[in-house]
Design a protein around this ligand. Structure first.
Ligand code: HEM
Length: 482
């Protein structure tokens, strides 16, 4: 009978270890962290078991999102009501409980700079479920991150972006053609520009990333969008990793999508590798540039494959390009058009500049780099939500691109108060890519159309990773006669 008591002993020990782990996760660790945070002078609510502040936070956010707001109202109470409340109650350097994990809010530029610079002391939070969407550069740490950053960097150099400009032109042309068709012979018409701009950004990243395999790339990106919808639904509904409790049907579909995306991307990559070897393909899209950079690195290191990226690594980076490059640029464009509708004088000044540089001609890379007013406007759109009046002065909440007339460092007095693309070593690798794309899109839109807000537009900025127009962006467009 000795073996029976042996098994009972093992099971008992395993049970105790599991119980200890659960206790540590739901209570001991959060309480220890709370003590440490308070010792550092940070304030916040006391930890509440398992849920923390999450129930109150979701309730407040749901309520805030339930109705649109006035155009001139401050957006913070709608977009980040709980953080705002926490700062009001607990002061500027405070924390909230996202389930069992505390989240610290920082508002001082020097502290923000410190955190963004010290990437090994403040590593990224890795949510397993997001890995189904994409891992890649944005989620790696340490050596793997530096290796990938070094290999991907060349794909975003300015001379490479110049080669990709025709891809942006093509996507913008499609958008202009579609809007012209809708306008037809009418003097004006109303369009919800939000889906069009999302489509534009997804088209542009697909062409720029995959060139000749663009159609297949677009299909993959659509699958990624479906995957993102499943994941966002899950994440917003739950705080605990509930992946294992997913309804079987959703689980099955997500796995199917994952397999389909991976095998289609592998196909594209393998074909491209062959075409590059035989000289049938030129390096004028992100994928080819990435593969070329990878080969170079392997060759320079005596064909040691460990220094380069594996096929799976390249798949993950391609998946990431879509997410990082699509939603970000489309929101920049949608808010730019909404703001230029609200401020017709800036719309006029931007159009004057565009017509002066390009006339009715198709925009080119060098001309886009000479746009000053349009650049100031894009920076101001990136700054505007959410500004802090202590850093930006009394007109912090005003749309005033003029503040960027002498560049970013003059506008910020050299402080880290403007970092739409992040800061430090992990600064956005695609910032020039997205600014060129946004300038191309705005140039062509301004060349062809004038626009104003429709009376049906309901102002409702809503934060879901990026800041989106909750009910779309209904704009009235008119043909510009030049
Ligand atoms: C308006 C457009 C965009 C904005 C506002 C934006 C913003 C950001 C921010 C804030 C980060 C830093 C996150 C952090 O601190 O870790 C980031 C990282 C990144 N972005 Fe962007 N982004 C934009 C467009 C793009 C585009 C078009 C691409 C690619 C085609 C891209 C690719 C990436 C990648 C790969 C990273 C990770 C960099 C790293 O961790 O080393 N982004 N972006």
């Amino acid at each position: 009978m000795e073996w029976v008591s042996g098994i009972i002993f093992i099971l008992g020990t395993l049970g105790l270890i599991s119980a200890w782990r659960v206790l540590n996760w739901v209570w001991l660790k959060p309480k220890k962290l709370e003590k440490l945070l308070r010792e550092q002078g940070l304030h916040g609510n006391s930890y509440r078991i398992l849920v923390g502040d999450i129930k109150d936070l979701f309730k407040m956010e749901k309520e805030a999102k339930s109705k649109p707001m006035n155009l001139s109202d401050d957006i913070i109470p709608r977009v980040s009501p709980y953080i705002q409340k926490s700062i009001k109650i607990h002061g500027k350097n405070s924390f909230i409980w996202f389930g069992t994990k505390p989240r610290v809010t920082l508002t001082e530029p020097e502290q923000i700079k410190d955190v963004l610079n010290k990437i090994s002391e403040f590593p990224k939070t890795n949510y397993k479920i997001f890995k189904l969407l994409a891992s890649g550069l944005a989620s790696y740490q340490g050596e793997k991150w530096s290796k990938h950053r070094k290999l991907i960097n060349p794909a975003f150099h300015l001379e490479k972006l110049k080669i990709m400009t025709p891809a942006f032109l093509e996507s913008c042309n499609d958008l202009i053609r579609k809007w012209e068709e809708v306008l037809s012979s009418d003097a004006s018409c109303e369009i919800d520009i939000w889906p069009s701009l999302q489509n534009l950004a997804s088209d542009a990243i697909s062409r720029a990333a995959f060139g000749s395999s663009y159609e297949e790339g677009k299909r993959i990106f659509q699958l990624q969008r479906e995957q993102a919808e499943h994941i966002i639904k899950l994440v917003t509904k739950s705080i605990i990793p509930l992946w294992m409790f997913l309804p079987a049907i959703v689980h099955k579909r997500m796995n199917e999508i994952d397999k389909d995306i991976k095998s289609s991307l592998k196909d594209i990559i393998n074909k491209r590798e062959k075409a590059l070897k035989t000289g049938e393909s030129t390096t004028n899209d992100l994928l080819s540039i990435l593969l070329e950079s990878n080969h170079k690195e392997i060759e320079e290191n005596a064909n040691n494959k460990n220094v380069g990226m594996s096929l799976d690594d390249v798949v993950e980076e391609c998946k990431l390009f879509y997410f990082a490059g699509q939603e970000t640029t489309s929101v920049l464009l949608v808010w730019t058009m909404i703001l230029l509708s609200r401020y017709p004088d800036w719309q006029r000044r931007a159009r004057e500049e565009v017509l002066q540089i390009f006339g009715n001609k198709k925009p080119d890379f060098d001309g886009l780099n000479n746009l000053k007013i349009v650049t100031m406007i894009l920076y101001e759109v990136l700054r505007l939500y959410p500004p802090d009046s202590e850093l930006w002065g009394d007109d912090a909440k005003m749309f005033n691109p003029e503040r960027f007339s002498e560049g970013i460092s003059k506008a910020t007095n050299g402080r880290v108060s403007f970092f739409p693309f992040g800061w430090g070593p992990r600064i956005c690798i695609g910032q020039n890519f997205s600014l060129i794309e946004a300038k191309m899109a705005m140039t062509m839109i301004l060349q062809h159309f004038s626009f104003q807000l429709s009376p049906t537009y309901a102002h409702a900025p809503s934060a879901s990773i990026t800041l989106q127009p909750q009910y779309g962006a209904q704009i009235i467009i008119r043909k510009v006669e030049t």
